[in-house]
Design a protein around this ligand. Structure first.
Ligand SMILES: [Zn+2]
Length: 73
């Protein structure tokens, strides 16, 4: 998961964070898709969930794991 995150963080999308206007990378996009959020960068998402980026990534790992077990995308 950590390696995939680093790879995706180096791939840019055409989206921008609706809070800080930073351009989103593929990882941010994946976070938003997973949580069904508007385009938001990882930093603003973490703040929204009241977590540090580290805590947020742990939360997301668990969330994605649960979804995969349910056969979701
Ligand atoms: Zn942002």
């Amino acid at each position: 998961m950590a390696n995939m995150r680093e790879t995706k963080m180096q791939q840019w999308t055409e989206w921008h964070c609706h809070i800080c206007k930073k351009r989103l990378n593929k990882w941010d996009e994946r976070c938003c898709n997973a949580l069904k959020e508007r385009p938001t960068c990882e930093k603003c998402l973490a703040a929204k969930y009241n977590k540090t980026i580290e805590e947020f990534n742990q939360y997301l790992d668990e969330w994605l794991h649960i979804r995969e077990c349910q056969g979701g995308k």
